[in-house]
Design a protein around this ligand. Structure first.
Ligand SMILES: [Ca+2]
Length: 484
């Protein structure tokens, strides 16, 4: 009897200790989870600065993205590092300029370009977050190679669901939908992608209860083809393009509502942005008050809608500071306690305090605007100097459209072509002329001189046409600007 009591009390002590340990470990896990927030990047494709109602669009209604802007911060001067899909993605994920990380031009994947992918030497945000305990998933459009070490799962993502590049009805390779490295649908219907990506994203979140997660959800909308699904046809006043924007908004809302309704808001950073400006010439879209769009180095190509929300932790409102998509890498790594590589230049800056307080100056002394490997503009504060260029300097996408020399005639509203050729440097004061319509170089010779000197300096480091930079990773092509 006595030994039974002894056994019983030992068992009860054991349970008490176990329960205490469980509680302790549970609390630790919770503290760890709070220390490491979940991170979601919702990346729209070719969505212009003027394409959302919260950015002034009149012919569309985007209530869900507008709600995100209301609950978080809306940025009015958020820059991407390229006005074309692939280089912009490479810069977002590595925190480095595309000329530095080796991905300055876009190519469709396939046998011709199987050697062209995000270099294995590059370190992505997914890689660094995964090393510090995150579950990582890439959903949607990758477009950074796919073979020979450039699959998302070669770059820090535990899982992948999506297309290797753009969907294209004429290419059997580009219609294949993948789960990880397996084709799950040989000829996926384009109009189903927004919904299936969103559902997959929700499943990924549901399956990650124990670890913090990083979700990179790169929607195909509103890149061409402009094919809204039946439920959204004629839903807007903006034609098929407006309908497609509204469908994107609907699915962003489905996902962000899921997060809010399931208690994720306090522990999840949600970032919404576009990879480049609108493809005005071949798709439509609006850059709002900005000029130029996709393929150009005008603000319409580089300045994109961007919203960041972390309930209770980040500031809310409107922020006019010049920031970059490359800032997200060091900022998120810093917040997550992940390693920021020290053996290379990271062009992005840690903007945690700006996000928390809503205050602070731009951390970028200069911003460089490359079109492929051609340096076309250098910016310091409000001053943006467009540099001389010829059509021969341009990537293949610029050569599709024949432009006229820009200097020597009155500046007026520009078309989607932007400034394809330029004989003399052109200085813009973005604070007073965000449409880049008025050359103020003659009134500000000192600023022109300073920015020309900076252009010379950065060419030596990051290269230009006919100049290989000291810290430039070259893609495996003989002529980078020619489409083969
Ligand atoms: Ca794009």
């Amino acid at each position: 009897m006595r030994s039974f009591i002894k056994l019983k009390s030992s068992v009860s002590i054991f349970f008490t200790i176990s329960m205490f340990l469980c509680f302790f470990i549970g609390t630790q896990a919770q503290a760890q989870a709070q220390k490491q927030p979940n991170v979601v990047i919702l990346f729209a494709d070719d969505l212009g600065y003027g394409d959302l109602s919260c950015y002034g669009a009149q012919d569309v209604n985007t209530p869900y993205i507008d709600k995100l802007a209301k609950e978080g911060t809306k940025f009015t001067d958020f820059q991407v590092a390229s006005s074309v899909c692939s280089p912009s993605r490479a810069a977002l994920l590595t925190g480095r300029y595309p000329v530095r990380n080796g991905f300055p031009v876009a190519r469709h994947t396939g046998p011709k370009h199987e050697n062209y992918g995000l270099d294995l030497e590059e370190i992505t945000l997914a890689t660094t977050l995964k090393k510090t305990g995150y579950s990582t998933m890439c959903i949607g459009k990758w477009h950074l190679g796919f073979m020979k070490g450039s699959h998302p799962m070669d770059h820090g993502f535990d899982e992948f669901f999506g297309l290797q590049s753009n969907w294209n009805s004429k290419s059997s390779a580009l219609k294949k939908l993948y789960k990880n490295k397996t084709v799950v649908n040989e000829t996926v219907t384009y109009e189903t992608l927004l919904e299936s990506y969103t559902n997959e994203a929700i499943e990924f979140v549901k399956s990650n209860k124990k670890k913090p997660f990083f979700l990179y959800l790169a929607y195909n909308a509103v890149h061409t083809p402009i094919l809204p699904s039946n439920a959204f046809k004629k839903s807007s006043k903006g034609g098929p393009y407006g309908d497609y924007v509204q469908e994107l908004d609907h699915y962003v809302g489905k996902f962000t509502n899921f997060l809010s309704e399931n208690g994720y808001d306090e522990n999840t950073i949600v970032i919404f942005l576009s990879d480049n400006g609108p493809a005005i010439c071949n798709a439509g879209g609006s850059a709002g008050p900005l000029n130029g769009g996709k393929y150009t180095t005008m603000e319409g190509g580089f300045r994109i809608p961007a919203i960041i929300k972390w309930k209770g932790k980040f500031a809310t409102g409107i922020n006019h500071t010049s920031l970059s998509s490359m800032d997200l890498f060091p900022t998120i790594a810093n917040i997550a306690g992940a390693k920021i590589p020290k053996d290379r230049v990271i062009d992005g800056k840690n903007i945690t305090s700006i996000l928390e307080t809503g205050k602070g100056e731009t951390p970028h002394e200069f911003i460089y605007y490359y079109n492929g490997i051609n340096l076309q503009a250098v910016r310091k504060g409000p001053w943006k100097l467009h540099l001389p260029r010829t059509l021969d300097d341009q990537p293949y996408w610029s050569k599709k459209q024949i432009g006229k020399p820009f200097n020597g005639r009155a500046l007026k509203t520009l078309s989607c072509k932007g400034m394809q050729t330029l004989k003399n440097p052109l200085l813009i004061d973005l604070d007073h002329d965000m449409g880049e319509l008025k050359d103020v170089s003659k009134k500000n010779p000192g600023i022109v001189e300073e920015l020309l000197l900076e252009a010379e300096r950065i060419r030596k480091e990051l290269g230009d046409v006919n100049i290989v930079g000291s810290d430039q990773r070259l893609p495996p092509f003989e002529d980078i600007h020619v489409k083969h």
